[in-house]
Design a protein around this ligand. Structure first.
Ligand SMILES: Cc1cc2nc3c(=O)[nH]c(=O)nc-3n(C[C@H](O)[C@H](O)[C@H](O)COP(=O)(O)OP(=O)(O)OC[C@H]3O[C@@H](n4cnc5c(N)ncnc54)[C@H](O)[C@@H]3O)c2cc1C
Length: 294
């Protein structure tokens, strides 16, 4: 299939990209192209103008300064997955990046495109919730910081305005936290039917901080706060994990569980509980609080 005709514009700098977005309202931003181009080819999107940001070097790379790891929005999944800095300070993001698509997708797709596109079945949104990310957006009026808890608003909907560019993602450096991502991939597409991302800190021998994000369950990535509450102050052992995972579906009533040809809502609910337990168990193994024999 061929996309409808469009005008192509290449931005060399962030300022140029913002000028182009202001000049052509409704223009789409082209980053890795791995979501936008398929939707254009299938006719689901028909922008008149494309603003290619792929060559803006200032939006690419990983930096560690003070308590923050900053990932440029144009950084590929492959670069995130290979980064020791991210691995050491935000393990859950590394784990999720490894799980995205295949080698081609990981070499072209960008972290900014992934979260800006906000496909409910994408892998990174849940990991960003678990890692407590902050999104840095630039628009005509300057920069603003959006906490991850306010970013994902619905299916393909985020807090970004049409004339804003996501320039980078800041992650709190958490070298003492353990992270894990457990995913049930769709057999046809590889996207997450359900994916659960956890980041846990342990002090003494109890959980001092825990954040859990889930993809694929409702129309946008969500925190599993009842599970977090059940784990707070507990020893991270098998019993606590099983009991906490039993709360995975609590609090999701305000949204509608995804129900499609891949999985019914009831099956998704079951998967959510199972994959929450798997992600927690994997993190507990890493923390040395649980030993799993195979
Ligand atoms: C075969 C295949 C398998 C895939 N499997 C998976 C998978 O298992 N898991 C998964 O998570 N994803 C998967 N994907 C999707 C892939 O991760 C995409 O790369 C991602 O969804 C979008 O990132 P991109 O850089 O390609 O963005 P693009 O496709 O270029 O852009 C997507 C949208 O995001 C917006 N956008 C992009 N960058 C910015 C920015 N900096 N600021 C503001 N808006 C921006 C654009 O307006 C555009 O509408 C798969 C894709 C393919 C083709």
């Amino acid at each position: 299939m061929y996309p409808n005709e469009f005008e192509y514009h290449r931005a060399e700098t962030i300022e140029e990209a913002l000028d182009l977005l202001a000049e052509y309202p409704g223009a789409e931003i082209l980053a890795g192209g791995h979501s936008l181009l398929p939707t254009m080819k299938t006719g689901l999107a028909s922008p008149d103008h494309l603003v290619d940001i792929g060559r803006i070097d200032a939006m690419r790379g990983i930096e560690h300064g003070g308590d923050t790891v900053s990932i440029g929005a144009l950084t590929t999944y492959a670069d995130v997955a290979a980064s020791q800095t991210v691995q050491e300070n935000a393990t859950v993001v590394t784990e999720a990046a490894h799980e995205i698509g295949d080698v081609q997708v990981r070499n072209r797709g960008t972290v900014g495109g992934n979260v800006a596109h906000a496909d409910p079945a994408s892998d990174l949104p849940g990991a960003m919730l678990a890692a407590d990310a902050t999104f840095v957006a630039r628009g005509p009026d300057g920069s603003r910081h959006v906490p991850v808890d306010d970013f994902f608003e619905g299916m393909y909907a985020t807090a970004l305005a049409e004339d804003e560019l996501l320039t980078r993602i800041d992650l709190p450096a958490q070298p003492d936290a353990v992270g894990a991502y457990a995913k049930k991939p769709s057999p046809s597409s590889g996207y997450a039917m359900v994916g659960v991302a956890v980041s846990i800190s342990i002090e003494g021998d109890v959980v001092s901080d825990v954040r859990i994000g889930a993809n694929g369950v409702v129309d946008h990535a969500v925190r599993l706060e009842p599970v977090e509450d059940a784990l707070a102050g507990e020893r991270l052992d098998g019993d606590a994990i099983a009991a906490a995972a039993g709360h995975a579906g609590d609090g999701l009533d305000e949204w509608i569980l995804m129900d499609d040809s891949q999985a019914s809502a009831a099956f998704r609910g079951q998967l959510l509980e199972v994959y929450t337990e798997r992600a927690l168990t994997e993190a507990a193994e890493r923390a040395g609080t649980v030993t799993v024999t195979t």
